[in-house]
Design a protein around this ligand. Structure first.
Ligand code: PEP
Length: 270
């Protein structure tokens, strides 16, 4: 377990900084109706009013976005789970960054493992990251290994994933970039386990080292790094406290208002 990064530096301050926690809900392809979606948002809305140390983002299916933004609140930000990199044109079924921005959504999740599984490459993700940042959206870029091998080859895989997904992104576009470390083996109903807080802390330090090599230390230090993978009200605190995450990307538990609000309360209590 890592207890020190360098002389006298508290590893949690060094990894997390002193920013507000950011809790993001990735609803995936849920719920089934806009009426259910409104109900979840209304419960979250009731909870966010009292939060002082926690920022909250909900990323519903984009078909619900316009409705939910209107029924949301200024304390609750919205995002999408994907975007196309072109500004407009003949791309049937796709949505552009301008469309998202025009609905007052501020965030977009990119590079999620479920989309990578559908064929998204790092090259494509880099184009999307560029388009979204250029349009002024905040990007939550998901990275993470499929498995943790004892030889630690997964660290090289993650390094190349980060470098390729950020290819061509200049330092002056980093202010709205957030990294979400999402180990694929810890995500979703088929998760094989959860990351231990000390493993998370090590990984976050590793990610910052990669970013520092690509850009510089201050940029790497300033970046928010979230954790995602089987987060619930019981384990949420450990990922942010001992694990050094600046917040969480929550999947399944984010469409259950009671559980999501429970996670928000944990974040607020840290
Ligand atoms: C996700 O899909 O981003 C995720 C973290 O899922 P879950 O919380 O359900 O593991």
């Amino acid at each position: 377990m890592i207890t020190r990064i360098s002389n006298g530096v508290n590893p949690l301050d060094a990894t997390r900084g002193r920013q507000k926690q950011l809790i993001v809900g990735n609803w995936k392809m849920n719920p089934r109706t806009v009426a259910e979606a409104r109900k979840i948002v209304s419960s979250i809305k009731a909870a966010v009013g009292s939060l002082k140390k926690t920022d909250v983002v909900v990323c519903p299916p984009s078909v619900f976005l316009g409705d939910l933004v209107v029924n949301g609140s200024t304390r609750l930000a919205f995002g999408t789970q994907n975007v196309h990199f072109e500004k407009d044109g003949a791309f049937t079924g796709e949505i552009s960054v301008a469309m998202i921005a025009s609905l007052k959504a501020k965030y977009v999740i990119l590079g999620h493992s479920e989309r990578r599984e559908m064929g998204e490459t790092d090259d494509l993700i880099a184009k999307k990251v560029h388009a979204a940042l250029e349009a002024g959206l905040s990007v939550i870029l998901c990275v993470g290994e499929k498995e943790r091998d004892p030889e630690c080859a997964y660290l090289d895989i993650m390094k190349s994933q980060i470098e390729a997904s950020l290819h061509g992104i200049p330092k002056n576009m980093l202010a709205k970039l957030i990294i979400a470390y999402e180990p694929v083996w810890a995500i979703g109903a088929k998760a094989k386990g959860v990351v231990l807080p000390e493993e998370l802390l090590e990984t976050i330090i590793f990610i910052r080292k990669i970013l520092s090599g690509m850009y510089d230390q201050p940029s790497a230090h300033a970046m928010k790094i979230l954790y995602g993978g089987s987060v619930d009200e019981n384990n949420a605190g450990s990922f942010m406290k001992e694990g050094g995450a600046a917040g969480l990307l929550v999947g399944r538990a984010s469409v259950e208002a009671k559980k999501f609000v429970g996670i928000l309360k944990v974040a607020e209590s840290l």
